[in-house]
Design a protein. Structure first.
Length: 402
């Protein structure tokens, strides 16, 4: 009896998971088609030349990035946009990261007034370049506090209405800001508070001085599997949830936010390892609880390239951190679960992430373990459970084939 019940649960849950993926795929295809149709009429050059383009601050925390920091800063300074600044936050690096930036870009300490509107570790100094060619660059030297704390420091220093948070070791597409800022400029009846895009895998690609010269498929098997995973997560999952107004995650590798709403919501949390998801949930809660119309959007274009783990040890650490961040974010904002006050996010998005992103791996592990136990014990419940139940779901003329 217990064997039949367990098999039924696993069987129907599997059908439910595949059914949800099918629906998300349909919504994603519809949303992608609409985006491509609208995007065919967009002239991005007009955004570059327009004096009305909003100012954007690109904030990149850096901790012990001595090996790549110069090329990464050079890439950020060459972004294709006319009104932006780059804020590098040296998070108390113990190597020569800050020394290299200071020498390469001729930095000097300046008197810079700012307010700690959101909490962060003490800022030791703000540096600007003596060379007018690098007038877009600002470097913050602060005590170590982690990525979330560094982003908060960058937001405090920023004077732009829009901020972009990125990883210092990411490779950014030159036109990424143009594509991210577009949803904020469209005339809508609601306020756009956040925008995310596609993150792609740079492993085995030909990279020269912070720019990708040739795209290659990863040579190792683990990064190759993650290419499939990232494609499913971004082009199928987040595209569909953006269409359904249930998007609850903008990747920490690159995302654009309304600075004022980010500050009002309290900034990045230093109490969780999943600061990117937790921030989006908190900003959405802030807007919903004040009954303000808002939107979190997704751009289905490659905007950022990042290196993924290529060995099991690194992959385990990364996924453990992601899982911890997911659980902490869901538990912290559990009030949203099935709550009509938060719209589709609370009634549809939150339950989905609990069932399919948090609990589904546990169920999959349980199903595999259960199958192994049955195989070892030589038990077979398929005739009693799976076949009988499957017959009930099929037409009469197929029963004799089962």
């Amino acid at each position: 009896m217990m064997e039949g019940f367990s098999t039924n649960i696993i069987f129907y849950l599997t059908l439910f998971i595949f059914g949800s993926y099918l629906l998300l795929g349909i919504f994603s295809a519809l949303s992608l088609r609409r985006y491509l149709r609208k995007n065919s009429y967009v002239n991005y050059n007009s955004l570059v030349t327009s004096p009305l383009s909003p100012r954007v601050s690109v904030i990149a925390p850096a901790f012990n990035e001595s090996r790549t920091i110069i090329d990464n800063v050079r890439t950020l300074l060459s972004l294709y946009y006319n009104n932006f600044e780059v804020i590098i936050v040296n998070d108390g690096s113990t190597d020569d990261t800050f020394k290299k930036i200071k020498e390469a870009y001729q930095l000097v300490k300046v008197n810079y007034f700012f307010d700690y509107r959101i909490p962060c570790e003490r800022i030791r100094g703000v540096y600007r370049s003596e060379n007018p060619s690098f007038n877009r660059l600002t470097v913050i030297n602060k005590n170590n506090g982690g990525k979330a704390d560094s982003l908060n420091a960058g937001v405090n220093i920023s004077r732009s209405p829009l901020v972009v948070s990125i990883d210092a070791d990411s490779i950014i597409e030159p036109d990424s800001i143009l594509k991210l800022v577009k949803p904020f400029l469209e005339i809508k009846d609601r306020r756009v508070i956040g925008t995310g895009g596609v993150i792609r895998i740079v492993n085995s690609c030909d990279v020269e001085k912070g720019h990708i010269r040739k795209i290659n498929l990863p040579e190792k098997i683990l990064p190759r599997l993650q290419v499939l995973e990232y494609t499913r997560a971004f082009l199928l999952g987040r595209m569909a949830w953006s269409h359904l107004d249930g998007l609850m995650l903008i990747s920490g590798a690159m995302g654009m936010f309304d600075r004022e709403i980010l500050i009002r919501a309290g900034g990045y949390s230093i109490k969780t390892v999943g600061e990117d998801m937790e921030l989006v949930l908190r900003m959405r809660r802030y807007m919903a609880e004040r009954k303000e119309k808002y939107e979190v959007t997704y751009v289905p274009d490659p905007l950022c390239w990042t290196e993924v783990p290529s060995d099991m040890s690194s992959l385990k650490r990364q996924r453990t951190r992601w899982t911890r961040g997911l659980i902490e974010s869901l538990v912290t904002h559990r009030r949203m679960a099935m709550n009509r006050k938060y719209g589709r996010l609370g009634q549809l998005g939150y339950p989905y992430w609990v069932l399919f992103e948090w609990l589904s791996p546990l169920v999959a592990f349980g199903g595999i373990s259960y199958s192994i136990v049955l195989a070892v014990l030589g038990r077979d419940c398929s005739n009693k459970c799976v076949k009988i139940n499957f017959c009930k779901l099929t037409p009469i003329w197929t029963k004799n084939l089962i």
